[in-house]
Design a protein around this ligand. Sequence first.
Ligand SMILES: NC(=O)C1=CN([C@@H]2O[C@H](COP(=O)(O)OP(=O)(O)OC[C@H]3O[C@@H](n4cnc5c(N)ncnc54)[C@H](OP(=O)(O)O)[C@@H]3O)[C@@H](O)[C@H]2O)C=CC1
Ligand SMILES: CC(=O)[C@H](N)C(=O)O
Length: 276
Amino acid sequence: MTSATPPRPARPTALVTGATAGLGAGFARSLARRGHDLVIVARDAERLDSTAAALRAEHGVGVEVLAADLSVRADLDRVAQRVGSVEAPVDVLVNNAGFGLKQRFFDGDPADHERMFDVLCRAVMVLSRAAAGAMVPRGRGRVLNVGSVAGLVPGGGHYSAAKAYVIVLTETLAGELRGTGVTATVVEPGYVRTEFHARSGMRSGGSSSLSNRIWLDIDEVVDAALDDTFAGRVVSVPTRRWKAVSTLLDVAPRRLVSTVWNAMPSGARRRHPTQR
Ligand SMILES: NC(=O)C1=CN([C@@H]2O[C@H](COP(=O)(O)OP(=O)(O)OC[C@H]3O[C@@H](n4cnc5c(N)ncnc54)[C@H](OP(=O)(O)O)[C@@H]3O)[C@@H](O)[C@H]2O)C=CC1
Ligand SMILES: CC(=O)[C@H](N)C(=O)O
């Protein structure tokens, strides 16, 4: 009797947008460690290829590369088709890609604000719907959307409004998915040391003890978010200190919140250059 080696059970597949830097690269690494094959999405094709090679070498998982600018509808449609695939199902969707704008909502190039809406809001909406539509018939799946504590604050510019949209949309989706075997989670990080602030022309925290208490590391955010996602929790606020901040933001007077937020490191950087 031959002892044929049983076929390896197929690994679940996770699709991560913005997977070449910062939190997205952290999500890709952690999901690979947790036994997922990956589909990684970003604009920079070369960086996608090098990220994929490193993930394959370090974790021995399958990695598909999908170069796409989520502000371009045709590109977003390609990603939505991949998320909605029946033949090659995506089991976990991480809507992570995003950026900031260092200008007031009514300042700057309208195209920048439209791009922010397209990437931070429209892409999250389109991909969340594609994922839910494909996952519900299978009775299983996870959607993780990256919001921000800034989404709890009236005063972080267009960015805060975009993140507020992601928070409420995800909570809505989570309610609609109850009982289907599919879950939706929104993670609301505080400040995290990534490329985000440099890309947006903002200063990130220094190395003072206060900065070290305010600023988070990528892995502590990613691990908390994925633990909450796989536990089916709807809202994930990594670290106790930022949980305390988000609780305060929920109950404090809105005008006070806006003033305090803009006095904090990142909010101040969002003030118009002419503002002192
Ligand atoms: N850093 C922080 O303090 C916090 C960040 N967040 C959120 O976390 C998420 C990740 O940000 P973070 O890791 O900090 O940022 P990074 O700048 O480090 O990484 C951004 C990633 O998104 C990709 N990306 C940017 N624009 C597009 C686009 N148009 N289409 C496709 N991919 C794109 C980038 O790749 P490429 O340029 O190749 O496209 C890159 O992989 C964002 O949604 C951000 O709002 C939330 C709270 C705190
Ligand atoms: C990038 C973020 O979301 C952070 N909370 C900030 O406002 O800088």
